[in-house]
Write a protein that binds this ligand. Structure first.
Ligand SMILES: NC(=O)c1ccc[n+]([C@@H]2O[C@H](COP(=O)([O-])OP(=O)(O)OC[C@H]3O[C@@H](n4cnc5c(N)ncnc54)[C@H](O)[C@@H]3O)[C@@H](O)[C@H]2O)c1
Length: 423
């Protein structure tokens, strides 16, 4: 297969690192297209619109050929689609994927490869994308050009696992085309590229990864609630159980599941199975448990305040962290936003601070000033490093550590009540 030019469509947490990885290989020409003009202008200035170590480093010394103008797609023969697939009213929203397919169809030529990297339900390529391609493109899929699915598995902010070293699964309309596109992936990814037998297997592999995480997190979140009643430290218990070298994989409780993947993807499968006559009771229950965690976190604060004769109503509370993940600015599906709603519902005066997100307080010190309670919703490094040192100068009575990342003993030393999740 001769790769003329690779076009990456959608330049976010997945698309930009992908573009950089292809550019770094030095083998292929790569261009990027995004509908967001602002984002394009940022990249053109050689700045990264996302928190990504590799992208930031690359842009310090190099530029990327990106545009919000479709003509940049001309002369490409590999199209990698990395657009969002959010949920809307608990149903998968494929409007971005459909619009990306419509954008690229005029540029598809003989021997082109379209690769969808966005997370989709099993059957989406067959039921939605292939009929759309048939309507828009005169060439014959499977004979003249390929449609592949290679779900992205990166974990933004992870310093160990990245686009270069995570194995990938890839499925195509047929085996012959799959071999060719897998060969292309091997040209810029060092990890194993596993050729699976169908588009459906590739789609389903990603869905079960995400639902596996959601279910396991729901399990430990449920244990956190139960162990609180039993007076057992769940954190220490999970660490102890983790010493088994097989059959146990630690998952950690917290104030909720956020982001674009784990808390969203189970709804895709629930919906798909429902439409095909199957009720995913287990997945639904996991979602319900994980969705209850912001409320549970606030209830921990209410109990803590009660111990010192305070109520949440009219109390100043510092909400530390708004993004869903440590040291990232991503607010998508963040449980911190639910925690904030819940605090406001109880009449609290919320002072939110996040070093990565614009908030009503400009510093950690400002957020803590005059607050009687703290909910730490995101384990940002700044909180772990600075918060314990600031406590002596505050009026804080209770800290709820929604990420179990603070040192309980140090907090107790200041005569502050510490409440974790399962701790
Ligand atoms: N973020 C993650 O951790 C992660 C990991 C693995 C897989 N995924 C999946 O990858 C996909 C992309 O996620 P993301 O986090 O990169 O999203 P993102 O929101 O960070 O980026 C998506 C980009 O696509 C652009 N876009 C939207 N519609 C477009 C269109 N029609 N044409 C061109 N550009 C368009 C947006 O402007 C945005 O810049 C999703 O399906 C997600 O579930 C995400």
């Amino acid at each position: 297969m001769k790769v003329k030019r690779v076009a990456v469509i959608g330049l976010g947490y997945v698309g930009l690192p992908t573009m950089v990885a292809i550019a770094r290989s030095g083998i292929h020409q790569v261009v990027g297209y995004d509908i967001n003009n602002e984002r394009i202008n940022v990249v053109k200035k050689r700045l990264s619109p996302i928190e990504d170590f590799d992208v930031k480093n690359f842009l310090k010394k190099n530029s990327l050929n990106v545009a919000a103008d479709k003509s940049i797609l001309e002369n490409s023969n590999v199209f990698i689609i990395c657009v969002p697939t959010p949920v809307k009213n608990y149903l998968p929203d494929y409007s971005f994927v459909k619009s990306a397919i419509q954008t690229i169809t005029p540029y598809i030529k003989k021997n082109s490869h379209i690769v969808l990297e966005s997370t989709v339900n099993p059957g989406t390529c067959k039921d939605i994308i292939i009929p759309l391609l048939a309507k828009k493109c005169k060439l014959k899929l499977g004979k003249d050009y390929n449609l592949a699915h290679c779900p992205e598995r990166i974990n933004p902010g992870d310093e160990k696992w990245n686009i270069y070293n995570i194995d990938r699964n890839i499925g195509s309309v047929n085996k012959k085309f799959n071999k060719k596109i897998a060969h292309f992936y091997r040209s810029y990814i060092k990890a194993n590229i596993n050729e699976v037998s169908s588009l459906e297997v590739a789609e389903a592999s990603k869905i079960i990864e995400n639902t596996f995480r959601d279910i396991n997190i729901a399990y430990v979140n449920e244990l956190a609630k139960s162990f609180d009643k039993l007076g057992i430290d769940l954190h220490e218990t999970i660490s102890a159980a983790s010493s088994k070298p097989f059959s146990f994989m630690p998952h950690w409780p917290g104030c909720g599941v956020g982001g674009h993947c784990i808390g969203v993807v189970p709804y895709y499968l629930i919906d798909k199975a429902q439409k095909n006559g199957f009720d995913h009771k287990f997945l639904k229950l996991a979602r319900k448990i994980n969705n209850s965690m912001p409320q549970y976190t606030v209830s921990r604060l209410i109990y803590g305040l009660k111990e010192v004769g305070l109520t949440l109503s009219k109390s100043k509370i510092a909400l530390l962290g708004l993004s869903y993940k440590k040291d990232l600015a991503d607010l998508r599906e963040s449980p911190a936003l639910e925690v904030k709603k819940e605090l406001l519902k109880h009449g609290a005066i919320v002072k939110a601070y996040d070093p990565f997100v614009k908030t009503d307080t400009e510093s950690l010190e400002n957020a803590l000033k005059d607050s009687v309670g703290v909910i730490l919703a995101t384990a940002h490094t700044e909180f772990v490093e600075k918060l314990p040192k600031l406590l002596s100068k505050t009026k804080i009575k209770v800290i709820v550590d929604g990420r179990n990342c603070l040192n309980k003993k140090i907090i107790n030393k200041y005569k502050i009540i510490y409440k974790g999740i399962g701790r």
